[in-house]
Ligand binder design. Structure first.
Ligand SMILES: Nc1ncnc2c1ncn2[C@@H]1O[C@H](COP(=O)(O)OP(=O)(O)OP(=O)(O)O)[C@@H](O)[C@H]1O
Ligand SMILES: [Mg+2]
Length: 489
């Protein structure tokens, strides 16, 4: 009974009271307010009555059947605009009815309100709701004196109040936060790609999916080096493969791959790679390839300004005749960790490390991006001179905080996001630093090697020799020809 009374009272308070009590009863103002409150239902009823009176039962059947049919046809013909409209309407409905109606109560319950004079209170403003693959996103304007940290502290309470497993709080600007009501962990499911779109802009290269289900991009302009580490089987090579599949389709990109595992993980790229070396024991061959890339860097640093008018490669337009060069060294510890090597091999390893170190330090303005992957991100495997100059770091699953710190730096000690927590079964999930310097979990897409092979074969015509761009020839050319599976440069 009391519920019924509350309902009637609520209905009668809209639109705002202007005429009250007996006057409202006598003038029929209460009826206007009731009709306004039920305006959706009233409009629908009027439409149904109009259709029935004009076209009879046929009209009613058409009214029931046409909208879903038209919506379906629209969705088939232009899914983007259809999804945009449906999501917009759903978000609007949720703003008004799902979240808006409870907003004040939740803010008060979670202690995110501010008392106002007269025993009243004010609450932050729920401005907008948007839909994301991970769940609903509430855009909130903070009250003066509030900070995003106040919401972050109450994230658990907010999750319980909204009935979702998790609420993530992100700052979107001064005085604004987004509450992401996480309904599903989008990183749980692998992202398997059956083809990879070409990378056309090296300043926005899609590399992985974030926890909000959106693609993350990286700007490879003015980047000298990237270091990635993780335990065996954590997804390093697969992550790098999916990235390479997009980049090799750009004619202004040349790839050089050295696979320290000595296996066939990278053989798919051979037809497209300017140089490919899968040697894990013959360090002379590896050094020859590294020397060639190093030689190209020196050539560009010495001649670029005179020849092309700019000392910095990235200030010039991308040009297939002056390509950006990506040097990938997988399992780099094979060449840098000298423990157990004989003196001669050690000498070669030191030379390789010195060249890689120079590339990492000076390759940026020559348009050479060095990418080092390792199972062992410790000092002996990855000298600090290399690691500290790598501005992009990716940590797949690691076993200890020390290993995490070795890749990502001391920031891992102060944040809850850690690559140590990544479960073994979640291959392809990694922790990366965002543009703002915070750490976040991402999932790399997976491209199986047959798909990668097809892509590489499709764009094999874009392969160019590094010597065409001024790099010195590889000294042991003869050896490379004798052993095409081992070295091709
Ligand atoms: N992003 C991913 N999504 C789904 N599965 C993945 C992903 N990345 C890797 N895997 C699975 O994990 C396996 C091992 O991945 P990968 O070879 O990349 O590991 P790795 O870290 O390079 O290991 P190693 O250090 O031994 O070379 C892959 O064959 C694949 O089955
Ligand atoms: Mg690997």
């Amino acid at each position: 009974m009391s519920n019924l009374l509350t309902l009637v009272k609520t209905l009668l308070t809209l639109p705002r009271k202007r005429v009250n009590g007996a006057a409202s009863l006598l003038t029929g103002w209460w009826l206007i307010r009731l009709l306004w409150r039920l305006r959706g239902l009233v409009a629908m009823t009027l439409v149904v009555l109009f259709v029935y009176s004009t076209w009879g039962w046929v009209g009613l059947v058409l009214l029931a059947v046409l909208p879903p049919v038209l919506s379906f046809a629209w969705r088939v013909l232009h899914p983007v605009s259809h999804t945009w409209l449906v999501n917009g309407l759903t978000a609007r409905h949720r703003l008004r009815h799902t979240y808006g109606s409870r907003w004040d109560a939740v803010m008060v319950a979670c202690n995110l309100h501010v008392p106002a004079p007269g025993g009243d209170h004010i609450t932050p403003t729920l401005q907008k709701v948007t839909l994301a693959p991970v769940g609903d996103v509430l855009h909130v304007r903070l009250l003066d004196g509030q900070a995003p940290a106040d919401f972050a502290r109450q994230a658990d309470e907010l999750a319980h109040a909204f009935g979702v497993p998790e609420v993530r709080v992100t700052t979107t600007g001064p005085g604004r936060v987004e509450l992401v009501l996480v309904l599903l962990d989008v990183l749980d499911e692998p992202v398997i790609l059956t083809d990879v779109p070409p990378v056309t802009d090296l300043r926005r290269v899609r590399f992985a999916i974030g926890e909000d289900g959106e693609w993350r991009t990286r700007n490879y302009a003015n980047i000298a080096a990237e270091v990635g580490g993780g335990v065996p089987g954590s997804g390093k090579t697969a992550g790098e493969t999916s990235l390479a599949c997009g980049l090799i389709q750009n004619p202004a990109v040349q790839y050089v791959v050295i696979d320290g595992k000595g296996g066939e993980d990278w053989s798919w790229i051979a037809p497209r790679a300017a140089a490919y070396c899968a040697e894990d024991e013959d360090l002379t061959a590896v050094l020859a390839v590294v020397e060639q890339v190093h030689g190209l860097m020196r050539h560009r640093l010495k001649t670029q300004k005179a020849n092309r008018g700019e000392a910095n490669f990235w200030n010039l337009p991308l040009d297939p005749n002056h390509p950006a060069v990506f040097l990938v060294v997988d399992e780099v510890q094979t060449f840098t960790d000298t423990k157990g090597m004989d003196p001669e091999t050690k000498q070669l390893a030191w030379q390789i490390t010195a060249r890689l170190s120079a590339l990492v330090k000076k390759g940026r303005s020559a348009g050479i991006v060095t990418r080092l992957l390792t199972q062992k991100p410790t000092n002996d495997a990855l000298p600090t001179a290399i690691r500290d100059n790598a501005s992009v770091r990716t940590a797949w699953r690691v076993m200890s905080k020390d290993a995490a710190e070795a890749i990502l730096g001391p920031i891992v000690r102060d944040t809850e996001v850690s690559p140590v927590d990544i479960p073994e079964a979640m291959r392809g999930i990694a922790v990366v630093a965002t543009d703002a310097g915070r750490l976040e979990r991402v999932r790399f897409p997976f491209v199986d090697e047959h798909t990668a092979e097809i892509i590489a074969a499709r764009v094999a015509g874009l392969r160019r020799e590094l010597t065409e761009f001024g790099a010195p020839a590889v000294e042991d050319d003869q050896e490379a020809e004798d052993d095409p599976a081992g070295v091709r440069a």
